[in-house]
Design a protein. Structure first.
Ligand SMILES: *[C@@H]1O[C@H](CO)[C@@H](O)[C@H](O)[C@H]1NC(C)=O
Length: 415
C-alpha cells in the first residue's frame, strides 16, 4: 500500500537487555502490520550467537524484512555517525529511541560517565544534527523519591553514582536545544522476556520460597515503601506515543506543554573539567513524563502478589534498619544462601532438568537495599493521552511471565 511510504523509519539504541526488544515487538509485530517502514536496532551485543539474553520471540522479529540489527561500540563517535546513516536512497531516520545506559549498579563513575552519559549525549547531538523528528530517552528509576510521590516538577534524589550519571544524562540531552526530546522516567519494569531488575528477581526468589514452602522475608519493614511498577509493553507503548506526540509539535512547543527544568546533582569540579556537561548553574528544560502503572505498587504489594502466586507468604524480619544495612554490607552471600541453593535444586529437579538459564535467584546489593520509587502518572495521561495496556501488576501478569519462561525452557517445570 502507498501508505507504507508514510510510515516512519526508526532507530533503537541500546536496551537489548532491558526494554528495546518489547519496543521492537510493538513496532514490527510477529503477526500484523508493522508500524514503521524500517527498524534498525543498534547495541553492543552480538545476536548471532547471542551474547545476552534475547528471549524466544525477539530472534523471530529480527527475521522480519523491515528489521535490521547492527552490533556496534557506541562509545566511538564515528561509529555513532555511521549507524545514523540511512540505507542508500532513503531519507534520514524519523524517530530515535535512546534506551542506552549502564544498568549495573556496581560500575565505577568513569564507566558510568563514558557509557551512560557520553553515549547518550553523542546520540542526542547526532540526532539533532540530522533533525530527527523524535528522540525518546528512557530514564531508569535510579532515584529515591518522596514516599508521597515525586511529580515531574519535583526533584527526586539520584541514588548513588549510577543515579547521578543517569540523571546527568538528562541534563546533557536537555541542553541540546533543537533536539526533539521526550524523557520517560519509568518505575520498576517487569514483563515477559524481561530478566533484568528487581521485579524479575523478586518473582524468581518468591518461587523458591513457594517451592520450599517457607515464607519469603523482606529486609525492610512494610511501612510506606512505594515500589511503583510498569509493564515493559507500556514502556514500549509510551515510547511510541511520545514520539508521535513530539513529532507533530517540535521541541519548543513540547517544552511549553511539558517542559521541566532538570536540576544539578553532580560534582562541580568534575563538571568543570568536562565541557560536554552543562554548567552546574544551568537547569536545561525538557519535556519529561513519569511512567508507572496504576497499581501504586509498594514493596509490600509486590511481595504479596509474587509470594501468593507461588502459594507462600510475605513476611518481615524483625530487625532495626541499621542492623539490616550492616548485614547487607557484610553478608550478602549468607542472605542469598537459602534461595540460591533452592533455585539450583529446582533447576536440577525440573522436567526436563535445566542446565542453563538467564534467570537467577541471587539478590545483589542494590536489589537488597531499600528503594522508594513513587512517580504519579497523571501527566502522561493528560498531556499525551497515553492509555496503559497493563494498569495493574497482578497474578495474571506473573503467570504470563512465568508461562513464557517455561515455554522457552528458562524456567523449571516441576511435576
Ligand atoms: C569500545 O571502544 C572503546 C574506545 O575505543 C574501547 O575502550 C572499548 O574497549 C570498546 N569496547 C568494546 C566492547 O570493544
Amino acid at each position: 500500500m502507498a501508505d507504507s511510504q508514510k510510515k516512519p523509519s526508526v532507530l533503537i539504541f541500546g536496551g537489548l537487555n532491558t526494554c528495546s526488544r518489547a519496543l521492537a515487538a510493538l513496532l514490527v509485530p510477529l503477526d500484523g502490520e508493522p508500524l514503521v517502514s524500517l527498524l534498525r536496532i543498534v547495541d553492543k551485543y552480538s545476536v548471532h550467537p547471542a551474547t545476552t539474553y534475547l528471549g524466544s520471540e525477539f530472534p523471530k522479529i529480527l527475521e522480519k524484512p523491515e528489521v535490521e540489527y547492527k552490533q556496534a561500540n557506541l562509545t566511538v563517535g564515528t561509529t555513532i555517525a555511521s549507524v545514523f546513516d540511512p540505507p542508500e536512497g532513503q531519507g534520514e531516520f524519523d524517530y530515535v529511541y535512546d534506551f542506552t545506559g549502564e544498568i549495573r549498579t556496581d560500575r565505577t563513575e568513569v564507566i558510568q560517565y563514558s557509557t551512560t552519559y557520553c553515549i547518550a549525549r553523542m546520540l542526542g547531538l547526532e540526532a539533532a544534527k540530522r533533525k530527527v523528528k523524535a528522540f525518546v530517552r528512557i530514564q531508569q528509576p535510579f532515584y529515591e523519591t518522596s514516599s508521597k510521590g515525586s511529580l515531574e516538577t519535583d526533584d527526586p534524589k539520584p541514588a548513588g553514582a549510577v543515579g547521578i550519571w543517569w540523571h546527568e544524562t538528562l541534563r546533557g540531552l536537555a541542553a541540546i536545544e533543537d533536539l526533539n526530546l521526550v524523557i520517560l522516567r519509568v518505575g520498576f519494569v517487569y514483563g515477559p522476556y524481561t530478566s533484568h531488575g528487581i521485579i524479575a528477581t523478586g518473582i524468581n526468589v518468591a518461587s523458591v520460597y513457594g517451592y520450599m514452602k517457607k515464607p519469603m522475608k523482606s529486609m525492610w519493614s512494610p511501612g510506606k515503601n512505594p515500589n511503583n511498577t510498569i509493564h515493559v509493553d507500556d514502556v514500549a507503548g509510551a515510547a511510541w506515543a511520545s514520539s508521535q506526540w513530539i513529532s507533530g509539535l517540535g521541541r519548543k512547543a513540547a517544552n511549553e506543554a511539558a517542559g521541566v527544568p532538570i536540576p544539578f546533582h553532580n560534582d562541580k569540579t568534575f563538571v568543570k573539567e568536562h565541557p560536554d556537561i552543562p554548567a552546574h548553574n544551568t537547569k536545561p528544560v525538557a519535556p519529561l513524563f513519569n511512567l508507572v502503572d496504576d497499581s501504586n505498587s509498594t514493596l509490600l504489594s509486590v511481595g504479596e502478589v509474587v509470594t501468593s502466586f507461588f502459594g507462600t507468604n510475605f513476611e518481615f524480619f524483625n530487625m532495626v534498619e541499621n542492623a539490616m544495612l550492616k548485614w547487607i554490607d557484610h553478608d550478602i552471600e549468607e542472605i542469598n544462601e537459602q534461595h540460591v541453593s533452592g533455585w539450583t535444586e529446582m533447576l536440577m529437579k525440573a522436567n526436563p532438568p535445566i542446565s542453563k538459564t538467564p534467570l537467577t535467584a541471587y539478590m545483589d546489593k542494590y536489589t537488597l537495599e531499600k528503594h522508594v520509587i513513587a512517580f504519579p502518572n497523571n501527566k502522561i495521561k493528560q498531556v499525551i493521552g497515553y492509555q496503559l495496556k497493563h494498569p495493574e501488576f497482578n497474578h495474571a501478569a506473573v503467570k504470563d511471565i512465568v508461562d513464557k519462561w517455561k515455554e522457552e525452557g528458562s524456567w523449571p517445570v516441576i511435576n
